[in-house]
Design a protein around this ligand. Structure first.
Ligand code: F6P
Length: 368
C-alpha cells in the first residue's frame, strides 16, 4: 500500500537518556514510511549526529525484529545540545553554539522532516531547531514521565515494572532478616517512578521530590510497624526526594550534560538516618540504570508503536512543530512549545497518592 506524499526524506533520532520502547518507535516510524516510499535516515547518537553529520539510511531489515529490544539502534546522548555544545580545551569546558552545523546537515541530507524522540531536553532543542526552519515532529520519551502534555511517556511503564519486581524481591529478604530496606529509584525532579513503583510494590514509605519529608515521621512509621509486629519495612525513595530542612542529594555535576546535575545518594542517607535514629537494621539498594535497560513491557510496546506510526502520519500531513501525545486512550498531538511549557509533577492530591495514603503508606510527613 502506498500513498503519495510531499515528504520524501525523513530523519529520525533518539536524544537524551535511553529507555525501553525507543526501538519500537523507530520501527513504528520506519515501516510505514518505507511503505509510503519515504526514505528514512537514522541520525546517530542523538543531536550529536545531527551536528557532526553522522547518519545512515534505514531499511526494512534494520527495523525488523527490534520491537522487543531495549536501548536504541541509533545510539543516544545527553551531551549533544547543538545550542549548548561543550568543547573541552586544556581541561576547561567552553560552551559553543553549533546549531548552524545541525541545520547545514539537515539541508545537506535534503530532509523534509525530522522525527525527534526524547524527553524535555530533546523537546526544548527541537523547539529551537524548528524556529530555525526545520520541520520537526516530536515523540515523548522518558522513564520519568514528567512531560505535562502527554498522559504518559513511553518507557515509564517498563521502569515501574522493574521497580515493582525489585520491591517484591526486597520484601522477602526484608521479612526474613527483620530489616528496613531502602530503595532509591530514578525520576529526576519528578516522583512518578517512586509513586507508581512504590504503590505497585507495596512500599510502606514513599518519599517524593514533590512532598518534602520530615525525618521524625519516617522513624515513627518504621518503629510503629515494628511495635505492631511487622518486623520489616520497605522505603521507596525517589532520587530527587529531599527533607523539609534539607536539599537535593547530588552525586556529581557534569557541565557537558544537558542537565549538569547527576542526582544520587538520598537512599544511602535515608538508610543511615533510620539506622542511627531507630536502631533498626537497615540496608539500601540503588536500582539505577536497571530501570532504563531491557525489554519494554507490552504497554510500552503498544504505546511506542502508536506514537511512531502517528509521528510519521503527522510528518506526511505536514503538521510540523508538534509532538504526539497520549490523551486518555487516544494518540493526539500538541504543539512542541506547549509540551515544554510545564513539567508534570506529582500533586499531593493525585489519586495514586490518596490511594496509597488510604492503605497506610506514609509519605514521610505526619499528615498529607
Ligand atoms: O531522565 C532519565 C534519567 O534516567 C533520570 O531518571 C536520571 O536522573 C537520569 O536520567 C540519569 O542520567 P544518566 O544516564 O546520565 O546517569
Amino acid at each position: 500500500m502506498s500513498r503519495k506524499s510531499k515528504v520524501k526524506r525523513v530523519g529520525i533520532l533518539t536524544g537524551g537518556g535511553d529507555c525501553p520502547g525507543l526501538n519500537a518507535v523507530i520501527r513504528g516510524v520506519t515501516k510505514p514510511a518505507l511503505d509510503h516510499g519515504i526514505k528514512v535516515f537514522g541520525i546517530l547518537d542523538g543531536f550529536e549526529g545531527l551536528v557532526e553529520g553522522k547518519a545512515q539510511e534505514l531499511y526494512n531489515k534494520d527495523v525488523s525484529g527490534i520491537l522487543a529490544t531495549g536501548g536504541t539502534i541509533l545510539g543516544s546522548s545527553n551531551k549533544g545540545d547543538p545550542f549548548h555544545w561543550p568543547e573541552e580545551t586544556d581541561g576547561k569546558i567552553k560552551i559553543v553554539d553549533r546549531s548552524k552545523e545541525a541545520l547545514k546537515n539537515y539541508e545537506a541530507w535534503e530532509l523534509d522532516a525530522l522525527i525527534a524522540i526524547g524527553g524535555d531536553g530533546t523537546m526544548h532543542i527541537s523547539k529551537k531547531l524548528s524556529d530555525m526552519g526545520m520541520n520537526i515532529v516530536g515523540v515523548p520519551k522518558t522513564i520519568d514521565n514528567d512531560l505535562e502534555a502527554t498522559d504518559q511517556t513511553f518507557g515509564h511503564d517498563s521502569a515501574v515494572y522493574v521497580v515493582t519486581e525489585a520491591l517484591d524481591r526486597l520484601h522477602t529478604t526484608a521479612s526474613s532478616h527483620h530489616r528496613v530496606m531502602v530503595i532509591e529509584v530514578m525520576g529526576r525532579y519528578a516522583g512518578w517512578i517512586a509513586l507508581n513503583g512504590g504503590l505497585a510494590g507495596g512500599a510502606d514509605i514513599i518519599l517524593l521530590p514533590e512532598i518534602p519529608f520530615e525525618w521524625e515521621a519516617i522513624y515513627n512509621k518504621v518503629v510503629a510497624r515494628n511495635m505492631m509486629g511487622k518486623r520489616f519495612s520497605i522505603v521507596c525513595v525517589a532520587e530527587g526526594a529531599k527533607s523539609k530542612d534539607g536539599s537535593l542529594v547530588m552525586k556529581a555535576k557534569d557541565l557537558k550534560r544537558t542537565d549538569p546535575i547527576q542526582l544520587g545518594g538520598i537512599g544511602e542517607l535515608v538508610a543511615k538516618k533510620i539506622s542511627d535514629n531507630t536502631g533498626l537494621e537497615t540496608r539500601y539498594t540503588v536500582l539505577g540504570h536497571l530501570q532504563r535497560g531491557g525489554s519494554p513491557t507490552p504497554f510500552d510496546r503498544i504505546l511506542s508503536t502508536k506514537f511512531g506510526t502517528q509521528a510519521i502520519e503527522l510528518a506526511i500531513k505536514g503538521q510540523f512543530g508538534r509532538m504526539v501525545a497520549l490523551k486518555g486512550n487516544e494518540i493526539k498531538s500538541v504543539r512542541i512549545i506547549d509540551a515544554i511549557s510545564k513539567q508534570k509533577l506529582v500533586k499531593p492530591n493525585d489519586q495514586a497518592v490518596l490511594a496509597a495514603n488510604a492503605v497506610g503508606v506514609s509519605f514521610g510527613i505526619e499528615k498529607l
